[in-house]
Design a protein around this ligand. Structure first.
Ligand code: F0G
Length: 363
């Protein structure tokens, strides 16, 4: 039997609203690894296992591809010729790539000055028409809603239900890989589509008997952009994690439902905690994600430090399993990576000059 991975629609067709008539637009997204986080697991202790769902390994470097394959396939099925989105960067990169593959026009609106360089490069390189507005993501989404309400162009933000359908596949993959749902699912929260989608995915898989249990959903917002935690719209959201710099999430209510139905939590982490987790992941686990993605692990570290897990001992003979979703690749944001790393050491072109800076005993 051929074993080629053909993307999340072919893999999970039975769980998705597609028919044999749906023209599948796929870049073979999904099937991302669940990387064991050795250091985090060791710090928690022998009764705990932490895994990183490394979504940065999707075709455009973020989880958005899972939803975009669905949204664009359904748009093509519908006869659309153009798609549009507001974005903090990753949605626009993904929309631009899938539009290119499908031969659709793509228009994106981004907040001026607040998107990571790699994401901008992707949207432009894939041929999208990119508009930067003097405002934030929430302003951009308002504009996109207004235009798509009045003109024949398909909105592909996560308010498009097909986006969330596709993103549920992340939960299916985690259950398939572990043989069950984890105990805890840590995830960054911005526009709140992904936490909604993961929860729906876990609930459905459980209903179909593919998982024996459902995880507690642990969402984390950036402290400067934490409307759900603060229970009010944040008019001027600010955080170094530009991907989740959102003050009025579209799926706000659904995220609260996911939290409440799963006995989970939505909390916040500071930029300093986000950067600490970002560096820890890169330097200690060997996994490079973008700052917003590190919010999930920053949340885990925050709870570890507070003693939260002391009350979460596993059943005898088993372990507490924790999955943290790393939503986007570190290469998306080279500026932050360089800013938060050691400097390059310039030296003359000789071995001695290099050796002056490294402590090595001669062989
Ligand atoms: N992590 C990354 C890397 C993201 O790009 C986003 C959202 C999130 C987390 C949060 O996911 O919005 O479903 O709660 N990025 C959107 C964008 C807003 O435009 O690319 P969410």
């Amino acid at each position: 039997m051929a074993k080629m991975w053909r993307g999340i629609i072919e893999q999970y067709r039975d769980y998705l609203p597609v028919t044999s008539a749906t023209p599948v637009v796929s870049l073979c997204e999904g099937n991302t690894p669940l990387v064991p986080a050795r250091q985090l697991s060791a710090e928690l202790g022998p009764q705990y296992e932490v895994f990183l769902k490394y979504e940065g390994l999707n075709p455009t470097g973020s989880f958005k591809d899972r939803g975009m394959t669905m949204a664009v396939s359904k748009a093509v099925e519908d006869g659309a010729t153009a798609i549009m989105c507001a974005s903090t960067g990753n949605t626009s990169a993904s929309a631009a790539a899938y539009a290119a593959s499908a031969g659709l026009e793509c228009i994106v609106i981004i907040p001026q000055g607040n998107i990571a360089l790699g994401k901008m490069a992707q949207a432009l390189m894939h041929g999208a028409k990119v508009f930067a507005v003097d405002g934030n993501f929430d302003d951009a989404l308002r504009i996109v809603r207004e235009i798509t309400n009045n003109y024949p162009i398909t909105l592909v933000n996560s308010v498009n239900p097909f986006r969330l359908d596709g993103q549920k596949s992340g939960a299916y993959e985690i259950c398939d890989a572990l043989g069950d749902a984890p105990d805890f699912h840590f995830i960054p929260v911005g526009n709140a589509g992904n936490i909604t989608a993961y929860w729906r995915g876990y609930v459905e898989y459980h209903k179909h008997g593919k998982a024996a249990r459902r995880p507690r959903m642990m969402g984390f917002q950036a402290a400067g952009a934490a409307p759900i935690v603060r229970k009010q719209v944040v008019p001027k959201p600010e955080t170094i994690a530009t991907a989740i710099r959102i003050g009025n999430p579209a799926s706000w209510k659904f995220a609260e439902d996911a939290r409440d139905d799963s006995n989970g939590m939505i909390d916040m982490v500071t930029d300093a905690e986000i950067i600490e987790a970002y560096q820890f992941l890169a330097r200690r686990e060997g996994v490079f994600c973008e700052p917003a993605s590190a919010a999930s692990v920053a949340g885990l570290i925050k709870l570890m430090k507070s003693g939260f897990f002391k009350h979460e001992a596993p059943a005898p003979g088993s372990k507490v399993r924790i999955v943290c979703v790393l939503t986007g690749h570190g290469l998306k944001d080279p500026d932050n990576a360089i800013k938060h790393s050691a400097e390059v050491i310039s030296v003359p072109a000789s071995a001695d000059a290099v050796l002056e800076h490294v402590a090595l005993a001669r062989r």
